[in-house]
Design a binder for this molecule. Structure first.
Ligand SMILES: [Ca+2]
Ligand SMILES: [Ca+2]
Ligand SMILES: [Ca+2]
Ligand SMILES: [Ca+2]
Length: 504
């Protein structure tokens, strides 16, 4: 090759010497010192420093694929994408000119990453792709179907897998591609709740009991108690109280949002009887919010919360029991901007004589806890004969508690007609404490997530869950509708494969 180039240059020079007669006293330039065929890795730079004899008073020109890119003697080639480029360098003086053409092959770079299982790997688009928004990421090989690759608003790829092994991803702008190898190493993770971050039930008949309040407990103490109840496999039930009451918890890993599958479930105590005219019987749907730990500090702080768009989050019209509820004069409106304030009760001393045996006289205080909402409504929570403790969170020092969120349509109907047999019908999907823990419909697909503007988002996985009671309803002697939470499960780590359902 070098000899060939040498003789080619010699003969070119000889040709110029022989043919250029413009200025017989000036020797034409002679170029050497660059190879004809070169290769480089994309993203790198190639310094081209030709040696030019007789360079005094010469002019220079560099062309890349026919377009002039420089008139200096040296040129730094920094291609924007892989491919083959033809570069031409010409040196000219009054005695003639010399020209060298070279071919440069720009190779795709193969990137490699290593990441533990159930952990999000964020990959920046390669520098070779000018427009990051045109970059598409696709999985080309996977060690397990329990993975997810998504693209965030900055054009970055977010990858996560639940199982160890080699995964390959292709990054492409349609013209050229970069191969990315991802080695996933296995990390031991608990499928259950690892930590409770916040807990504040709204007033309700099990408040101060589940979990148990002790004199002097602070909010942090009660969050600690909620944690003792909820963490791990053998979790116990806590109450969220009336509408708006909530709990926020997290896992020791990121739950993978496997495409087409439900990913986790929040355990409750809902059950259903086969004889009921519509699914459900004790469904107390808790709205589910999710987040992933974007700033990777282990806490749900600056991370954005997304709403799991359960079947009734915008309207209950498609629920199986909707017409029954309309016929029963239920409040079937759905409020997405609901706010409700509960006021500390002025007394805990009963002023009515309720009896356990008579379902029509279960009340001990009718005007117990006053509430107002942002829709101009107001009412009272009653105190019943079954629960004598205060229904207002005893550790709260404020005299009023305000909650905000979605208020679902009322799903409960008094089948007995005399206030003694309320059936709480199930929403179709997307809630906590709505279907029994063993029913597939208690499974949540992270792909049901929507952002604060109602737009669907594709999350690679989630670290944090918030659940709040979505229903404001008193059900006679059965008491208020109050979501219970009794743990949560990462379905993939438990080897449960539950298909999702399309949203409608
Ligand atoms: Ca999923
Ligand atoms: Ca965080
Ligand atoms: Ca309940
Ligand atoms: Ca329940």
């Amino acid at each position: 090759m070098k000899h060939g180039l040498f003789y080619a240059l010699l003969s070119l020079s000889a040709l110029f010497v022989a043919s250029c007669s413009k200025d017989a006293d000036v020797w034409p330039p002679v170029i050497s010192g660059i190879e004809n065929n070169m290769s480089m890795i994309e993203g790198s730079k190639l310094e081209l420093t030709p040696v030019v004899q007789n360079a005094d008073n010469a002019t220079f020109s560099w062309l890349v694929d026919g377009l002039e890119v420089s008139t200096a003697i040296k040129y730094t080639f920094a291609p924007s994408a892989p491919g083959t480029y033809v570069l031409t360098f010409t040196a000219t003086n009054s005695g003639g000119s010399d020209r060298v053409a070279l071919s440069v092959t720009v190779l795709s770079k193969t990137n490699s990453y290593e990441v533990p299982s159930n952990s999000i790997l964020s990959i920046d688009p390669s520098a070779v792709f000018g427009n990051k928004n045109t970059v598409e990421w696709t999985i080309t090989q996977s060690a397990s179907p329990l993975h997810r690759l998504s693209k965030n608003e900055e054009g970055k790829a977010l990858f996560i897998a639940a199982k160890e092994g080699l995964y390959t991803v292709s990054e492409s702008d349609g013209k050229s591609a970069v191969e990315i190898n991802i080695i996933v190493t296995q990390r031991q993770s608990s499928p259950y709740i690892a930590r409770v971050f916040d807990y504040l039930p709204a007033p309700g008949q099990y408040v101060n009991e589940l979990p148990k309040y002790s004199e002097g407990d602070t909010r942090d103490d009660m969050i600690g108690k909620a944690s003792e109840y909820l963490v791990g496999e053998d979790a116990l039930i806590i109450t969220l109280g009336g509408w708006g009451g909530y709990v926020t918890f997290g896992f020791d890993h990121t739950i993978v949002n496997v495409e087409g599958k439900r990913d986790f479930r929040v355990l409750g105590n809902a059950f259903a009887t086969a004889s009921s005219s519509s699914p459900g019987e004790s469904s107390e749907p808790g709205i589910v919010m999710v987040a992933y730990d974007k700033n990777k500090n282990g806490k749900p702080d600056a991370d954005e919360w997304y709403e799991i768009n359960g079947s009734g989050n915008f309207s209950a019209k498609n629920e199986t029991w909707y017409q029954m509820a309309v016929n029963n004069n239920n409040d079937v409106r759905t409020f997405r901007d609901y706010e409700m304030t509960y006021f500390r009760p002025s007394t805990e001393v009963q002023d009515e004589t309720g009896t356990v045996d008579n379902p029509n006289s279960f009340t001990t205080i009718s005007k117990y806890i006053r509430w107002t909402d942002n829709k101009g409504q107001e009412g009272y929570k009653i105190k019943n004969v079954y629960h004598a403790q205060s229904y207002y969170p005893a550790w709260v020092t404020d005299d009023a508690l305000t909650y905000s969120g979605i208020r679902l349509a009322d799903n409960s109907i008094d089948e007995g007609g005399i206030g003694n047999h309320y059936m709480l019908y199930a929403y179709r999907y997307g809630y906590a404490d709505n279907y029994s823990n063993t029913d597939d419909h208690s499974g949540i697909d992270i792909d049901w997530a929507i952002d604060k503007n109602g737009n669907r988002v594709v999350l690679p996985g989630i670290d944090f869950v918030k659940v709040y009671n979505g229903i404001n309803k008193e059900n006679g002697w059965q008491g208020e509708t109050s979501t219970e939470v009794g743990g949560a499960q990462d379905l993939h780590l438990l080897g449960k494969s539950i298909d999702t359902v399309g949203q409608q």
